[in-house]
Design a protein around this ligand. Sequence first.
Ligand code: ATP
Ligand code: MG
Length: 296
Amino acid sequence: MSTVLSIQNLTKHFGRIKAVNELNLEVQSGQVFGVLGPNGSGKTTTLGMLMGVTNPTSGSFYWFGEKPTPQIRRKIGAVLEHPIFYPYLSGQHNLELNAMIKQCPIENIERVLELVELTERKDDKYRTYSLGMKQRLAIASALLNDPTVLILDEPTNGLDPMGIAEIRSIIRKIASQGKTIILASHLLDEVQKVCSHFAILKKGSLVHIGPVGDVGQGEVIVEVNADIENLNEILLTFSGTASVLRENGSFQVLMRDGYHGTELNRFLFEKGITASHLVTRKKSLEQQFLEILSEH
Ligand SMILES: Nc1ncnc2c1ncn2[C@@H]1O[C@H](COP(=O)(O)OP(=O)(O)OP(=O)(O)O)[C@@H](O)[C@H]1O
Ligand SMILES: [Mg+2]
């Protein structure tokens, strides 16, 4: 594995607003890296600096271990904002113009159209495209010069569930071809569904970074109920209980490390209590996300 991007203390202030604050992170080759954060947390500003359209206030970053130059940036394709296409030209024709501007072979067009599943509609005028098709054409355009890295800012914004599913499947397809993808999103489930690794930004600062699969590791919650009045107090006396929360008529018991539902069940049984309901589940990314955001 090799490092595609490394960021050191990257900072951007707009007057008094600290849009990005001392950001440090690394993206490795082949990762689908999610930058997750609520509105205004600095995702677009970060991507803008990485693409050289926004000047950092301080800090630095390296692409493939090198200082960013126009040469290096050719290895990076980006869909930052809604790109400008000519409404009265076809998708094919728009891509031909972009290929000329980017000085890349016209032959690439067929391949990228296929990849984003627009081949059948390539000769239709851009203005007749749905929002999802427009977004797919933008991704096709970013892939024209066969970049090593693809950057996407909120790729499914404004799309309906079908359009969202199509874009996500295209992102997975691009990732499976070995490209590194950096994707900003305020949607947790998007990051969970398409990313391998992610960072969480809050008010411009990094509050979490790691593999998506690690989230929820070791955080077991047991949902339990029994027909007994003081169940809450009894659950609190169990040595494996970290905390108890009453929710939707049952109790959510957060387990200490190493404890599981089986031990809790045995504990209740030994107290002469039969659980009418006992389900073990991993803490959802959503719960963790909300906790991470409230902790800082
Ligand atoms: N050109 C600018 N001038 C002044 N402030 C700006 C500028 N661009 C961004 N900001 C501010 O920087 C902060 C971060 O904005 P940014 O657009 O990077 O957030 P974001 O995470 O992309 O949000 P969203 O999810 O809404 O896209 C916000 O407070 C925003 O108002
Ligand atoms: Mg943004």
